[in-house]
Design a protein around this ligand. Structure first.
Ligand code: HEC
Length: 177
């Protein structure tokens, strides 16, 4: 009886370890893992469509906005911000500028720069409403895309354009080389 119990104890322990170890490795690695191609493609789509970042920052992130009515966004290819700062800027926008905050609760609980909605009135330039709010996961995907294909990549040229879109596209015709 006792040895049966002992055996099943070790059995359960073995199963627990066999499950917990790979699962925790999976989650532990997630933060550092370099993004895969499908994450980057998702991030690019969010940048172009839901976030409409390109309206102000341009499809290449170089500040050549696709909508002339929109504010001039920064050149993200030249940004000095690291990953964490990129995430914060997208979530919280930038105070006293036209960079919108994409976190739905950015200014409702002090999570952004310790400010609330009423504090924002103090700034001469009000952040515009974002085209859509984004989940943390969506912001991470956009930053994956930016870090892989935009930040620090230098000015867009023909070769980079073809690489960016994955094939020769109309957008690349403007680059002679
Ligand atoms: C309505 C126009 C607009 C939209 C839409 C917009 N931005 Fe911006 N963004 C700006 C402006 C303007 C600035 C410059 C703010 C300043 O004066 O510092 C900026 C700044 C930034 C910066 C800081 C760059 C730096 O080096 O300091 C990042 C990062 C950024 N935007 C990312 C994004 C992303 C990603 C999206 C889409 C999810 C987005 N922006 C959507 C207008 C916009």
């Amino acid at each position: 009886m006792t040895s049966m119990r002992k055996k099943s104890f070790w059995g359960v322990l073995l199963i627990a370890v066999a499950t917990i170890v790979p699962v925790s490795l999976m989650f532990g690695a997630q933060g550092q893992q370099s993004p895969n191609a499908s994450d980057i493609a998702d991030g690019m789509r969010l940048y172009q469509q839901k976030g409409n970042c390109q309206a102000c920052h341009g499809w290449a992130g170089d500040g050549r906005k696709t909508d002339s009515q929109m504010p001039d966004g920064a050149n993200l290819r030249d940004t000095k911000l690291n990953r964490a700062a990129l995430v914060t800027t997208i979530k919280c926008g930038r105070l006293n500028s036209q960079m919108p905050a994409f976190d739905k609760f950015a200014y409702s609980d002090g999570r952004c720069y310790g400010k609330k909605e009423t504090d924002l009135k103090a700034y001469p330039t009000r952040m515009p409403d974002p085209p859509a709010t984004l989940q943390q996961r969506e912001i991470d995907l956009i930053v994956d895309f930016l870090m892989t294909k935009v930040v620090g990549k230098g000015p867009m040229d023909r070769a980079k354009c073809v690489e960016f879109w994955g094939s020769e596209t109309d957008a690349c015709k403007e680059f002679s080389k």
